[in-house]
Design a protein around this ligand. Structure first.
Ligand code: FNR
Length: 343
C-alpha cells in the first residue's frame, strides 16, 4: 500500500511516464577541448549556498518509508549540504526536524479550510528557522490516485498536527487520504488570497505547481519570490504536460525576475543538466529520495543525493561546462529546435 502511494500517479499515469520520457527526448550538445580540470557544481537558491543545484522536494509522511521519517531525510540533506523542503503533511513535527540538524529547510504549505491551522504551521516553521514557504498551488483537491483507492490507503497519524486536528481514518470506502484532503483542503483558495499568506509571514514565498506562462505572469504580479514548475509528480491532473517540456516557456515569461525551479521525473545528473540548460535555477527530487530513505534511512538518502551530484559533475565535465553558469541553452537540443545544420 505504501509503495503504491509513493510510486503511483493519477488515473492513467500518462503524465507519470511523460515526466521521465520527456527528458529522454532532449539531447545534450557537448563542447570538446574545454579545460574541465576543475568542475564546480555548487550554486545558490534564494541566496542560500548549496553544494548542487538540487533540492529535496516536499513529500508527505516519510515515516511510511523509515521509522526516523523526516528527521533522517533532513540529516542527509545537512550532510550533503543541500536544501530540504519539508511537507505540510510531515510525519515528524517541524520542531523535531529543525532541531535534528542544521540543514537549510523550506516549509511546504497546504491551505486548509481551517486557515488558522495553516497559519499556525507557517508561524511554527518561521519560528523554527525555516527559510521560505512553498505554497503548493496544484492541489485544491487530491488527484485520483487509483492504487490508493483500491488499497483503501490509510495514512498514519500526522504528528505535525498533534493537538490541532484529527487525522484519523474518516471512511472505509476508497482512499482515506483523498477523503481527509477533501474534508480539510480549502478549494476556494486563489490568487487574491496570496495577500493573506503574505500578511502572516515574513518568509519569501514560492509557488509550486505552475505549468503555464499565464500563471507565471500572475505569480510575478502577486509578488512571490520564486516559481516551481511542477505537476506534483504526476499525482494531480493526469495529461498535464511533462514539466521539462514547459519549463522554457515559463522561464521566458518570467524574464529572469524571479528564480524558476523544476521537479518531476528527475532521475539522472543529465536530467539536472538539461533542466539548467532550459533555464531552471535548480531541480527538486521527490521519489528517488523516498526510495533511498526506504532502502536505508539517512544513508540511503545521502547515497541518492551523492549519486545525482556525481552524475551531474561528470555530465558537466563531458559537456565542457565547468560551473553551473556555463550551462547554456546552446548545450541542449529539444524536439522543437531546428537541426544543427542541413546535411
Ligand atoms: C509528493 N509531492 C508533494 N508535494 C507537495 O507539495 N506536498 C506534499 O505533501 C507532497 N507529497 C508527496 C508524496 C509523494 C509520495 C510523492 C511522490 C510526491 C510532490 C513532490 O513535491 C514533487 O512535486 C514530486 O515528487 C516530483 O516528482 P518526482 O521527483 O517524484 O518524479
Amino acid at each position: 500500500m505504501y509503495y503504491d502511494y509513493y510510486a503511483g500517479g493519477a488515473e492513467d499515469q500518462y503524465t507519470l511516464k511523460e515526466n521521465v520520457e520527456a527528458f529522454h527526448r532532449i539531447n545534450i550538445l557537448p563542447r570538446v577541448l574545454v579545460d574541465v580540470g576543475k568542475i564546480d557544481i555548487s550554486t545558490s537558491i534564494l541566496g542560500y549556498r548549496t553544494s548542487a543545484p538540487l533540492m529535496i522536494a516536499p513529500t508527505g509522511m516519510h515515516k511510511l518509508a523509515h521509522p526516523e521519517g523526516e528527521v533522517a531525510t533532513a540529516r542527509a540533506a545537512a550532510a550533503c549540504d543541500t536544501i530540504m523542503a519539508v511537507s505540510f503533511s510531515s510525519s515528524c513535527p517541524l520542531e523535531e526536524v529543525a532541531s535534528s540538524c542544521n540543514a537549510i529547510r523550506f516549509f511546504q504549505l497546504y491551505v486548509y479550510k481551517r486557515r488558522d491551522i495553516s497559519a499556525l504551521l507557517v508561524q511554527r516553521a518561521e519560528r523554527s528557522g525555516f527559510k521560505a514557504v512553498i505554497l503548493t498551488a496544484d492541489t485544491p483537491r487530491l488527484g485520483r490516485r487509483e492504487a490508493d483507492i483500491k488499497n483503501k490507503m490509510i495514512a498514519p497519524p500526522l504528528r505535525n498536527f498533534d493537538g490541532l486536528i484529527s487525522t484519523d481514518v474518516v471512511t472505509d470506502k476508497g482512499s482515506n487520504l483523498a477523503a481527509y484532503a477533501s474534508a480539510t483542503f480549502d478549494a476556494s483558495f486563489c490568487w487574491k488570497d496570496i495577500t493573506w499568506l503574505k500578511s502572516i509571514t515574513n518568509l519569501p514565498i514560492l509557488i509550486k505547481g505552475v505549468l503555464t506562462p499565464e500563471d507565471a505572469i500572475k505569480a510575478l504580479e502577486v509578488g512571490v519570490s520564486g516559481i516551481i514548475v511542477s505537476n506534483h509528480g504526476a499525482r494531480q491532473l493526469d495529461y498535464s504536460p511533462a514539466t521539462i517540456s514547459v519549463l522554457e516557456e515559463v522561464v521566458e515569461a518570467v524574464q529572469g525576475k524571479i528564480p524558476v525551479l523544476l521537479d518531476g521525473g528527475v532521475r539522472r545528473g543529465t536530467d539536472i543538466f538539461k533542466a539548467l540548460a532550459l533555464g531552471a535555477q535548480a531541480v527538486m527530487i521527490g521519489r528517488p529520495v523516498l526510495f533511498g530513505l526506504a532502502a536505508n534511512g539517512e544513508y540511503g538518502v545521502k547515497r541518492v543525493i551523492n549519486m545525482l551530484k556525481e552524475e551531474l559533475e561528470l555530465s558537466m565535465a563531458l559537456a565542457g561546462t565547468c560551473t553551473v553558469k556555463d550551462i547554456t541553452r546552446g548545450h541542449v537540443r529539444t524536439q522543437h529546435d531546428r537541426p544543427l545544420c542541413k546535411i
